[in-house]
Design a protein around this ligand. Structure first.
Ligand SMILES: NC(=O)c1ccc[n+]([C@@H]2O[C@H](COP(=O)([O-])OP(=O)(O)OC[C@H]3O[C@@H](n4cnc5c(N)ncnc54)[C@H](O)[C@@H]3O)[C@@H](O)[C@H]2O)c1
Length: 307
């Protein structure tokens, strides 16, 4: 019996792989990842097999047709939200998912795929799954199409769930460079003794969620009623809050350096996941507030060479 994780060499995917292996269900975990953005170091303790092919090119029937599959977690995606090549973004992200849906159709196992808060676009405030999608970039657009395909699959009776992640931070994200979380970027600056740089006035609010909560929500989605679920902390916090907590953790007293925001016209003031549905239907309960999450992360960073 196999559990398939696409994007398993990436940030969230590799934490999911570790959690699945630690859960010790007796199932074998197989990763599908083309290493377009992932890093083998995230899987240093992995015990399973890897198929290093793009999901949209893999012959799923040939590889997995004779295997018994427990579930597929589909996290593979172009994750650089600044990529502006619309064809590449849509083709890779959407065709990957279409292949997985075709393979899964009539096989009965659950498929959980990573969607994103980017589907909500410029909306400000509390974001509810029921509200109209309005992606502001092609990355968010590609995720909206995944949600549409997921909806169609559910109408055909398939067990397909989308998990809309908010601003995820935590171990195994160093390979993401400029796309790594603000917690990681600010940590790096402050650890080097530099003043942390944020857009003025540092008071914009985001839903920062620790990766282990995201992994827990993702695993719950595989065993719960199929649907779309917000996976965030459920609480918006500011960039200034991150800096204050990092100062505490690092024993520093570095003042933020506020820089002008070139995106001010369309920069969101406040994003926050409404997680009431995820709590009710998945039993999702985030375990990490911002302080606890940053503390756990700083501890991890101090004892790992990834930073
Ligand atoms: N990190 C966040 O804050 C966040 C927020 C919202 C949604 N997400 C979604 O969560 C998922 C995981 O993101 P992440 O932060 O771990 O990013 P990541 O870039 O670390 O991981 C993505 C992984 O997918 C692989 N990959 C990309 N395209 C592929 C393809 N076509 N075929 C096979 N492998 C492919 C990459 O090599 C990489 O290992 C993505 O779907 C992303 O869109 C992440």
């Amino acid at each position: 019996m196999q559990i398939i994780v696409t994007g398993g060499a990436g940030f969230i995917g590799s934490r999911l792989v570790s959690a699945l292996e630690a859960f010790d269900s007796g199932h074998r975990v197989v990763v599908v990842d083309d290493f377009s953005s992932g890093d083998f170091r995230n899987l240093r303790h992995f015990k399973g097999d890897i198929i290093s092919r793009p999901c949209e090119e893999l012959d799923w029937d040939q590889h997995f047709g004779r295997q018994e599959i427990v579930s597929i977690y589909h996290l593979a995606s172009i994750t650089d939200t600044t990529v502006s090549n619309q064809r590449e973004m849509v083709e890779r992200n959407v065709e990957s998912f279409r292949r997985i849906l075709r393979f899964s159709q009539s096989r009965g196992f659950p498929v959980v795929y990573a969607s994103s808060a980017a589907t909500y676009g410029q909306a400000d405030g509390l974001m509810k799954v029921e509200q109209q999608a309005a992606p502001a970039n092609v990355y968010g657009f590609s995720k909206m199409i995944l949600d549409n395909l997921g909806e169609e699959a559910r109408e055909l009776g398939m067990r397909v769930s989308g998990v809309r992640y908010f601003n995820v931070y935590g171990p195994h994200e160093a390979h993401k460079g400029k796309m790594a979380s603000m917690v990681f970027q600010l940590y790096r600056q402050m650890k080097a003794g530099q003043r942390p740089r944020v857009f003025e006035t540092g008071q914009h609010l985001r839903d920062f969620v620790y990766v282990d909560d995201v992994v827990a929500g993702t695993m719950l989605a595989a065993t719960s009623e199929a649907g779309i679920y917000n996976i965030g902390s459920g609480k918006a916090r500011s960039f200034n809050d991150i800096i204050a907590i990092l100062n505490e953790c690092l024993g520093t007293d570095l003042e933020p350096e506020y820089i002008p925001n070139p995106y001010i016209a369309f920069y969101q003031n406040h994003t926050e996941a409404d997680i009431s549905r995820s709590k009710k239907k998945l039993g999702y309960e985030p375990q990490y507030g911002l302080k606890k999450g940053i503390r756990a992360y700083v501890d991890w960073l101090s004892s790992n060479d990834a930073a």
